[in-house]
Design a protein around this ligand. Structure first.
Ligand SMILES: NC(=O)c1ccc[n+]([C@@H]2O[C@H](COP(=O)([O-])OP(=O)(O)OC[C@H]3O[C@@H](n4cnc5c(N)ncnc54)[C@H](O)[C@@H]3O)[C@@H](O)[C@H]2O)c1
Length: 306
C-alpha cells in the first residue's frame, strides 16, 4: 500500500489546538498538507480564549518541516476560517469539523444556555465553516469533509442531552451533504472517536486514558479524506486502534391491511413481530427505506401479512 499523501492539499482542522484536532493537524501536515490550525483556545466549556493554543500547534508543524497557519476565530464565524485558508493558501480541499465543548448536566438541571452553547459550537459552528467552504468545494469539484460525532449521540449518555443532540445531528447533516456533494466529488463522512483529551479527563480512569491516544484516531480521518477514498455518508467508531463502521438495522416489521388504520390493540398483538430483528434489513437510503411502506399499499385484506 503506497503512503497516503496530501501534497498540494489545503486542510482546515477546527479545534486543532488540543486533543484530537491537534493530532489530525500534525498528521495531515506530516503527509504534505498545508494546514489551517483553527482554535479559539477557550476552556473545555467554551469560556475565554488564548491565541497561543493554535499558535503552538502551528509552531510544532513548522518545526517538523511542515506548512501551517493559525486561525483564532470561533467556528461560529466559519467564513473567517475559510477565508484564512484562501488568503494564505489560495484554496481549501479538506475540512475537519472537530471543535467541541461540553456543558454536561443531567437534563433537569440543564439550562437553556447549556443547550444553546453546545448547539452553537458543534452544530451551528460546523454548519458555518462547512457552508463557507462548500461553494469552493463545489466549484473545484473536489472536497473531503469529516464531521465529529460521538458515542453519546449514537447511544445516548447520562448528563449529555445537549451534546448527544448535537452529535447525532451532525451525522444527519453529513448524510445529506454526502448526497448533495456526490455529483461533484465531495465526500462527507462522520467519525465517533474515543480518545484521551481534556474533555474525557474527568469521565475515564487515568490508566485507561493513558492508552487512548488521539493519534490512533487520526489515521482514520486521513483515510476518509484521501483523494482515493470512495465511501461517503458513512459513520465510523474509532479508538485505541479499533475501527468499525455503523449502519442502520430495521426489523422486517409487520404490514397491516391498508383499508383502515391499525388499532393500538392490533399493534400490541403484533409487537413481537414488529420488534423482531431476525433477518433484519439494512436500508442504506431513504429510497430503500420507504420500499417496505410503499409495498404495503398493495396489502388489501391483509393479503401481504407479515
Ligand atoms: N475525546 C473523546 O473521547 C471524544 C469522544 C467523542 C467525541 N469527541 C469529539 O471530538 C472533538 C475533539 O474533542 P477533544 O476530545 O479532542 O477535546 P479538546 O477539548 O481537547 O479539543 C477541542 C478543541 O476545540 C476548541 N474549540 C472549542 N470551541 C471552539 C470554537 N468555538 N471555535 C474553535 N475552536 C473551538 C477547543 O479550544 C479545543 O482546543 C470534539 O468535537 C468532541 O466532541 C471526542
Amino acid at each position: 500500500m503506497p503512503e497516503l499523501r496530501f501534497d498540494n492539499r489545503v486542510v482546515i482542522v477546527t479545534g486543532a489546538g488540543n486533543g484530537l484536532g491537534r493530532s489530525h493537524a500534525l498528521q495531515f501536515a506530516d503527509r504534505g498538507a498545508r494546514v489551517v490550525v483553527n482554535d479559539t483556545g477557550g476552556s473545555g466549556a467554551g469560556e475565554g480564549g488564548d491565541r497561543a493554543t493554535a499558535d503552538r500547534v502551528v509552531d510544532e508543524i513548522v518545526a517538523a518541516g511542515g506548512e501551517a497557519v493559525a486561525s483564532h476565530d470561533s467556528v461560529t464565524e466559519g467564513d473567517r476560517i475559510v477565508q484564512c485558508a484562501l488568503d494564505n493558501f489560495g484554496q481549501v480541499d479538506v475540512l475537519i469539523n472537530n471543535a467541541g465543548i461540553l456543558r454536561d448536566r443531567s437534563f433537569h438541571k440543564m439550562t437553556e444556555e447549556d443547550w444553546d452553547q453546545v448547539y452553537n459550537v458543534h452544530v451551528k459552528g460546523a454548519f458555518r465553516v462547512t457552508h463557507a467552504a462548500w461553494p469552493h468545494l463545489r466549484e473545484q469539484q473536489y472536497g473531503r469533509v469529516v464531521f465529529t460525532a460521538s458515542a453519546a449521540g449514537i447511544y445516548g449518555n447520562f448528563g449529555q442531552a445537549n451534546y448527544a443532540m448535537a452529535k447525532l445531528g451532525l451525522h444527519g447533516l453529513a448524510q445529506t451533504l454526502a448526497l448533495e456533494g456526490a455529483g461533484r466529488n465531495i465526500l462527507v463522512n462522520t467519525i465517533a472517536p474515543i480518545a484521551a483529551s481534556r474533555l474525557t479527563a474527568t469521565i475515564m480512569p487515568a490508566d485507561m486514558l493513558e492508552q487512548l491516544q488521539p493519534g490512533f484516531v487520526s489515521p482514520l480521518v486521513l483515510k476518509l479524506c484521501h483523494e482515493n477514498h470512495e465511501g461517503s455518508g458513512g459513520l465510523y467508531e474509532a479508538g485505541a486502534g479499533w475501527i468499525g463502521a455503523l449502519r442502520w438495522e430495521r426489523s422486517r416489521g409487520h404490514g397491516f391491511p391498508v383499508e383502515e388504520a391499525p388499532t393500538a390493540e392490533a399493534i400490541a398483538a403484533e409487537w413481537d413481530q414488529i420488534t423482531n430483528f431476525d433477518n433484519a434489513d439494512h436500508p442504506a437510503s431513504g429510497q430503500e427505506a420507504i420500499t417496505a411502506i410503499m409495498a404495503n399499499l398493495q396489502n388489501r385484506g391483509g393479503s401481504r401479512g407479515a
